[in-house]
Design a protein around this ligand. Structure first.
Ligand code: GH3
Ligand code: MG
Ligand code: MG
Ligand code: MG
Length: 297
């Protein structure tokens, strides 16, 4: 099966079969024989491209396009109209509704295939860029940008649910001496290993660890109260110590360790994201001043 999906929307089943046979050697065609089905499949399957007829009973192609473009979940899916309506007004309407292209019937199958191929190529590049913009290139975990965005979302989500939101601020202990002792290349390797370890130690799907900056990480823990946040913090400290990365220049341990400031709040009218971060940060500072390799909550 090919990874990229193309949704073909047409009320005539024969049209589906023909287009599908043209493109199935480089993508997976999916069929919808009505506008309503197309909308459902689009938000459920997130196709990489939609090829759509205009004249259909029920919702026509224009209406479907309009709805796709006004839903944040589907607005970025490229739409190409494929229609027997060859007048300029229809073509203009289609393009103005946000369709990427408008192909008139009858079409040349080879040209249609080439257009779809090009679009899928572009879509692949777009998705790669999107992923890259959320990742830290050294450690391959989420970056600060993605962290800020996620924290905003989770704050709102927990506020609506009236659930607690936990946050851990994490900093590697004595990392400057580590670099001085072993060099920056080894420092980078240690940073990667710690990041990967933190990432793998979080077991719940909603949890997120990001590189916050330098040798600092931050961890978002939805639905997590004070005690659970501290518990997860303790697990992370133990997991990093368990890596047993030798650290001859540390006064804390023979191995690389981390310190953690932990906080949990019920997002509401009074608190703020800034305050939550400040709280965890303050506690991280306390962890540093009371021996390191520990969680302060
Ligand atoms: P503390 O226990 O108080 O946190 O001591 P520390 O030495 O870790 O603290 P400090 O913030 O003074 O130093 C952080 C060091 O982390 C300094 C910097 O060279 C190093 N660092 C930050 N980012 C990177 C990186 O991407 N790669 C490497 N190798 N080192 C980094
Ligand atoms: Mg039709
Ligand atoms: Mg630091
Ligand atoms: Mg440090």
């Amino acid at each position: 099966m090919h990874q990229q999906k193309v949704l073909i929307v047409d009320d005539q089943v024969l049209n589906h079969a023909f287009i599908a046979s043209e493109i199935e050697d480089f993508c997976t065609p999916i069929s919808a024989d009505s506008g309503a089905k197309a909308l459902k499949l689009a938000s459920r399957l997130k196709p990489d491209l939609i090829l759509m007829d205009i004249n259909m009973p029920g919702l026509d192609g224009f209406e479907v396009c309009q709805q796709l473009k006004s839903n944040p979940q589907t607005e970025d899916i490229p739409v190409i109209f494929l229609s027997g309506m060859t007048d300029i007004a229809s073509e203009k309407t289609g393009l103005e509704l946000g369709a990427l292209d408008y192909i008139r019937r009858p079409f040349n199958p080879e040209i249609l295939k080439a257009r779809i191929w090009n679009q899928l190529q572009l879509q692949r590049k777009r998705r790669t860029l999107e992923k890259m913009s959320n990742r830290d290139s050294l450690t391959n975990i989420a970056n600060r940008r993605y962290f800020d965005q996620s924290l905003g979302h989770e704050w709102e989500r927990m506020r609506e649910l009236k659930h607690p939101l936990g946050l851990l601020m994490i900093d590697i202990d004595a990392f400057k001496p580590f670099n001085d002792e072993y060099g920056h290349v080894t420092g980078d390797k240690a940073l990667k290993r710690v990041a990967q370890c933190l990432n793998q130690s979080l077991k719940r799907s909603g949890d997120l660890v990001a590189r916050y900056g330098g040798e600092e990480f931050a961890c978002i823990l939805p639905h997590t109260d004070k005690d659970s946040a501290r518990l997860i913090g303790n697990q992370l400290c133990a997991a990093v110590l368990d890596l047993m990365i030798p650290h001859g220049a540390s006064t804390v341990s023979a191995y690389v360790t981390i310190s953690i400031g932990s906080a949990s709040v019920y997002p509401g009218e009074t608190g703020s994201i800034k305050r939550l971060i400040a709280l965890a940060d303050q506690r991280l500072y306390t962890a540093k001043n009371t021996g390191r390799n520990r969680v302060v909550h």
